[in-house]
Design a protein around this ligand. Structure first.
Ligand code: IMP
Ligand code: MG
Length: 213
């Protein structure tokens, strides 16, 4: 079957990928992962619409200025890939590896920089991207580090912001969605390294979290 070939399949059109699976069938292959989810908070369609708006806002602010995007791995990977494909301007992408959760559902309270070298940002405008703003320690620590390294401007963007009191007094310049103070997974966010590839943001079933503790 040819990639992208469209065939009439009953009342709806089915789009087949290069392996011959329709999108619907491919999702069924993922079923065990979806079964662990108690509820979907933000679905794919809503995420896509919001990304269009976010990308336009960022483009307005950074227009005419070359900048470097710094992706906080691994959580911001999926969000950043989708966001940047809506921004058709020259930009560079760098990654930074930090950890603060260590596999649990509560922040450890400490931000560890896992790279031996940080991206060069001296005199540059930086757009820092993370998956979620929780205690604020990560965005605060990374933003501070980049300013120390001579970045001229550091703006930040997160897919999600938890509505809560923060340990570090920091807010993001661009926010996709505000969520309650609960542990979420999907669209880049993980629980013990899993669920990042869910196409939506959701909440895990309590028994899945209990089994992992
Ligand atoms: P902060 O430093 O407490 O603001 O937390 C930021 C980091 O903690 C994020 O980059 C995530 O990796 C992780 N994190 C915070 N809340 C959640 C969550 O609800 N699900 C998954 N990861 C989270
Ligand atoms: Mg993270």
């Amino acid at each position: 079957m040819l990639a992208g070939r469209i065939e009439a399949g009953g009342p709806e059109l089915a789009v087949f990928d290069h392996l011959g699976f329709s999108h619907k069938e491919r999702r069924c292959l993922d079923a065990p992962m979806h079964e662990d989810v108690a509820k979907v908070l933000i679905d794919e369609e809503v995420i896509e619409k919001r990304l269009n708006i976010l990308a336009d806002r960022i483009l307005e602010e950074f227009s005419g200025r070359q900048f470097v995007v710094i992706v906080i791995l691994k959580g911001a990977l999926v969000f950043t890939a989708d966001l940047l494909r809506r921004m058709p301007i020259p930009l560079e992408i760098e990654c930074i590896n930090v950890a603060s959760y260590h596999g649990a559902t509560q922040s450890s309270g400490q931000v560890n920089f896992l790279d031996s070298k940080l991206p060069r940002v001296e005199g540059r405008a930086v757009l820092l991207i993370d998956d979620i703003l929780d205690t604020g320690r990560t965005l605060d620590a990374v933003g501070e580090k980049l300013r120390e390294q001579g970045a001229e401007i550091v703006k930040s963007c997160v897919l999600l912001s938890k509505d809560k009191e923060r340990a570090a007094k920091v807010e993001a310049d661009y926010v996709g969605f505000h969520v309650g103070d609960e542990f979420v997974i999907g669209y880049g966010l993980d629980y013990k390294g899993l669920y990042r590839n869910l196409p939506y943001v959701g909440v895990l079933k309590a028994e899945v979290v209990e089994a992992g503790e």
